[in-house]
Write a protein that binds this ligand. Structure first.
Ligand code: URA
Length: 442
């Protein structure tokens, strides 16, 4: 056993850590972490100070591919592994790095399951300016995301779809390391992000994972080169750990679709599943669904996806699946999708082209207005929402409605800050929705 001091000393000096040393770090983080079932005392693990030093060292020095793989594997093995593909061989999963109005998971799950491709997703809560699928699904009264392996297995057998949320027993090392990263400015590190995401993502044991890595001013990694690097690393490490994987780098320089907010995104989900969703949200859902199906060896053509929507099959599957996960039958029969009642409108200040949106700021404004437990300092207000009527590159006339915010109470300062997020200029264009596809080179 190597001492924490010796491992940190080697990291500081720029040596690549050996797999055994990285295992020591993760074992040290796991002892006493939530979900630890080893019986270890908090005192026999690494201290927060030692772990924080490791995180800063890894963030500054970087980890090579072997180090990133070792960290991911050790964090994955720190908790439960469900290995669901042993029983559901064509099981597919998707992961988004997060953005504003990223409603894809809610649409894609029932859509792909209704085409016969089983889907499992363990979702997360909103982080910073980004919304979380766990929070969005809580806008459906009664729906529970507390799933264990047996519940997942049952849902997959009956509906081909299981959507849960992170449990303390999955990757407990990440729970502790993530909290420390949040306090030590070590979130933005590609090896640390990769290990954190994959330690949770691979725990369900889907046969294939497709990553949607966001770039643009509403993403965590705004720089396309960094997004590419993260996409490549996620795919490489996932494949190295024995799963199939590919990634898309996709645009987050404006909210995806028309609606942002929790109830609003359930509304957007129903619009998509009923055949009248926003074009970009529908297109990205199709792209990711086709890739997931191909990765698990059960290709689904675009026409089949369209037919599942046109026939109502995908929409019906949403209802059946939601009821199976505890949704209130009365709500499912008559969904109440009402939004917060106070409306603030953003009008085009001049004629021209919608050239820029401050997407991260839009996410933060929504969070502050009640869309995030943390930023609003209490319970989430699921009705707080934003509707974007104009897309980047659209021609607009002075006075046209660009967006509408739905608030619980009047807030002139917030409405003013909202208006400042939209820039109309002489020229402008939307970046491509899908910037690139990343697969492992043979
Ligand atoms: N999401 C995660 O789970 N971990 C990270 O490090 C970043 C995003």
């Amino acid at each position: 056993m190597t001492s924490p001091y010796r491992i940190l000393d080697r990291l500081r000096e720029g040596h690549a850590l050996a797999e055994e040393e990285i295992r020591e770090v993760v074992a040290g983080a796991t002892r006493g972490a939530a979900g630890d079932r080893s019986g270890g005392e908090a005192g026999d693990g690494w201290t927060d100070a030692q772990l924080a030093a490791f995180l800063m060292g890894a963030a500054i020095r970087g980890l090579d591919a072997a180090g990133t793989r070792a960290l991911t594997r050790a964090m994955l093995e720190s908790g439960e592994r469900w290995e669901l593909a042993d029983e559901v061989p064509e099981l597919a999963d998707k992961h988004s790095t997060g953005g504003v109005a990223d409603t894809v998971s809610l649409v894609l799950g029932p859509l792909l399951a209704s085409c016969g491709v089983p889907v499992v997703m363990l979702t997360g809560r909103g982080l910073g300016h980004t919304g979380g699928t766990t929070d969005k699904l809580e806008a459906v009264p009664g729906l529970s995301l507390d799933l264990d392996r047996a519940a997942c297995r049952r849902l997959l057998a009956e509906h081909g779809l299981a959507i849960g949320t992170q449990t303390p027993a999955i990757a407990p090392a990440d729970g502790r390391l993530y909290r420390l990263r949040d306090h030590t400015a070590t979130i933005r590190s590609i090896p640390l992000i990769t290990a954190s995401i994959l330690s949770k993502k691979l725990a369900t044991g889907a046969a294939a994972v497709v990553f949607d890595v966001k770039t643009g001013n509403g993403a965590f990694l705004t720089d396309p080169a960094a997004a590419h690097e993260l996409a490549r690393t996620l795919v490489e490490i996932t494949v190295g750990l024995g799963r199939r994987a590919s990634a898309f780098v996709t645009d987050m320089s404006q909210p995806l679709g028309e609606w942002a907010g929790h109830t609003a995104e359930v509304r957007a989900t129903f619009e998509c599943l009923e055949g009248h969703g926003a074009a970009d949200l529908v297109e990205l859902t199709y792209v990711l669904a086709e890739e997931m199906a191909a990765q698990v060896g059960r290709p689904v053509a675009r026409g089949e996806l369209e037919a599942a929507i046109a026939s109502g099959r995908a929409r019906e599957l949403f209802d059946r699946w939601a009821l199976a996960q505890g949704a209130d039958p009365a709500w499912i029969a008559r969904p109440d999708l009402s939004l917060a009642p106070v409306e603030a409108v953003v009008e085009a200040p001049r004629s021209g082209v919608l050239a820029r949106l401050e997407t991260q700021q839009l996410g933060l404004l929504l969070a502050e207005a009640g869309g995030s437990r943390h930023a609003a300092g209490g319970a989430i207000d699921h009705g707080v929402s934003l509707r974007c009527r104009a897309r980047l590159g659209d021609r607009v006339e002075a006075g046209d409605e660009l967006a509408r915010l739905y608030l619980r109470r009047e807030d002139d300062a917030l409405a003013r800050r909202l208006r400042a997020c939209f820039a109309v200029e002489d020229e402008g264009a939307a970046p491509p929705l899908v910037a690139e596809k990343v697969v492992l080179e043979a």
